[in-house]
Design a protein around this ligand. Sequence first.
Ligand code: GLN
Length: 208
Amino acid sequence: MSQVRLGILALQGAFREHIAMLKRLNVDAVEVRLAAELDDLDGLIIPGGESTSMGLVAERWGLVEPLRQWVHGGKPTWGTCAGMILLAEHATGQKLGGQALIGGLDVTVNRNYFGRQVDSFEADLDVPTLGDTPFHAVFIRAPAITAVAEDVVPLATVASPGDETESVIAAVRNGPILATAFHPELTDDLRWHRYFIQIVNEFKSCSG
Ligand code: GLN
């Protein structure tokens, strides 16, 4: 695998944990706070935290437009939890009106889908893309994906802990965009980070 350089949006939330995971994989990973810092990156992770706060800081620091250009320009981007909310084209249950801040991923997210039943929980998810071993996922005030456009591929679903008969999408991919409703950076399992690096490599070799 060629050497890739990844940025982690470091405005708020769990960015340090992502960097620690990437360092374990010997990947060059840097914190991103300025638009100019996007320039020499091969991929970007938007971490979990609080999407409203992250959005407000991004607006204040003039990052919203550069981030939109990044994502809409087809650059590999992975949103975890709040990061997934910011990437969604449509969101319900959010304070900032019906429109997400960055967009680019044609899904509808419910911002606090599990909130009414349980704030945080863990679940073993079947993720065929990652192999046979289930992924132990940590959900914290997690969003869920309630609708996807045709070209968006669901990678995992989760049963709602309040109602086991109901299951919703918890991870998707659409080309260079990956989104997970849970927090792989809070586990010891490096498979999602490896998978994102693989996506970054695919797109790096395409763009020369
Ligand atoms: N539901 C939170 C939000 O709206 C996200 C929670 C998380 O990232 N752990 O931003």
